[in-house]
Design a protein around this ligand. Structure first.
Ligand code: SF4
Length: 331
């Protein structure tokens, strides 16, 4: 019988989905995705998660609930670290425990630990453990892993060439929707991938910006080596992987005046955001003279308010570009 593995569309999904989908399909499993985030799924997540958790964790639990009655396993890895000497976030580290504590009547979770702070040998042990939910054959698992790495590299290449993950993998055909309006300005969009590319969680910000004629730059489109070089000039090493990426991007943008503005979408209740967004603003707006907008989102945020702020920000950029270059970076 084919093993059904449920993959929730949340947290690490937009970064690694092609890798895990390919891995499990190569092993002969059926990969079942949760539905795209909608109002009901969000409400379920909010109802079944502790109030203190950030919005992305609540959304993740909503996706787990969406999957739990139709699969044999749900994929909820314990992601400690994906770069040496760095960590992701305490909530990623304790995700399987949080899910078990929040959602009743779950099928078994695939909760293998991913920890790049351990040796390379340990990585193979990790891969084997992931694969062993479907087969105990190490050769099959190794081959599936190699195919998965190729699919992952292909995904990253496409993003670096301008594909936005939002549409690249959530449409069944895997097609990127083309913006209806021809871009006439370029804005950097910062935030956690699971926040930006989840159209409900981000209030569809990417689509809205595209409708305003904005070309979007995300950190994944900038050479990672360059980001890391910039981040390495920080006085103190940033040990959160996400923070390193965002701050390296801020330093790059400050020097390379290739954008008309920057928008940071922050998750209310995210400790990492509270530090990183402040530094990002300081380096881009105050030192780099780049117009900057901060949007903080939680489950109570009203879409009308976000629309008004976006519209005002775009207008300000247009004035600046047209004939009032002396406008300060905050409007
Ligand atoms: S990094 Fe922030 S937004 Fe992401 S899971 Fe952790 S607390 Fe939540």
């Amino acid at each position: 019988m084919t093993v059904k593995i449920g993959i929730p569309r949340g947290l690490w999904f937009y970064d690694y989905f092609p890798l895990w989908k390919t891995f499990y399909e190569e092993l002969g499993a059926e990969v079942v995705l949760s539905n795209p985030t909608n109002k009901n799924l969000l409400d379920q997540g909010v109802k079944n998660t502790v109030d203190e958790a950030c919005l992305p964790v609540k959304i993740f639990n909503g996706h787990v609930i969406d999957l739990k009655d139709r699969v044999d396993y749900i994929f909820v890895p314990k992601m400690m670290s994906v770069y040496e000497k760095e960590y992701i976030c305490p909530k990623f580290c304790g995700l399987p425990e949080m899910v078990r504590h929040s959602v009743a009547n779950l099928p078994p979770l695939i909760d293998t630990e991913i920890n790049f702070n351990r040796s390379r040998k340990h990585i193979w042990k990790t891969v084997y453990e992931f694969g062993s939910y479907v087969t105990k054959n190490p050769f099959k698992i190794y081959r599936a892993y190699q195919q998965a790495l190729l699919a992952y590299q292909d995904y990253k290449d496409k993003i670096s060439q301008g594909m936005l993950p939002i549409d690249g993998f959530i449409t069944p055909e895997g097609k990127q929707l083309k913006p209806k309006v021809k871009p006439n300005k370029k804005i950097a969009l910062l935030g956690h991938t699971y926040h930006l590319y989840d159209s409900t969680g981000s209030m569809n910000i990417i689509k809205k910006l595209q409708d305003y004629g904005v070309e979007i730059l995300i950190p994944e489109m900038i050479n990672l080596k360059v980001i890391n070089e910039k981040a390495s000039t920080l006085e103190k090493k940033m040990f959160w992987s996400y923070g390193r990426k965002v701050l390296g991007t801020a330093l790059y943008l400050k020097e390379n005046k290739e954008i008309d503005g920057a928008i940071y979408v922050s998750a209310f209740g995210c400790g990492i955001d509270s530090v990183v967004e402040d530094l990002f603003e300081r380096w881009t707006r105050k030192e780099g003279d780049i117009p900057f907008l901060l949007i903080t989102v939680d489950e109570h945020t009203g879409e009308a308010g976000v629309n008004t702020r976006l519209e005002a920000f775009i207008d300000m950029i247009d004035w600046r570009n047209r004939d009032e270059g002396n406008l300060p970076a905050h409007g």
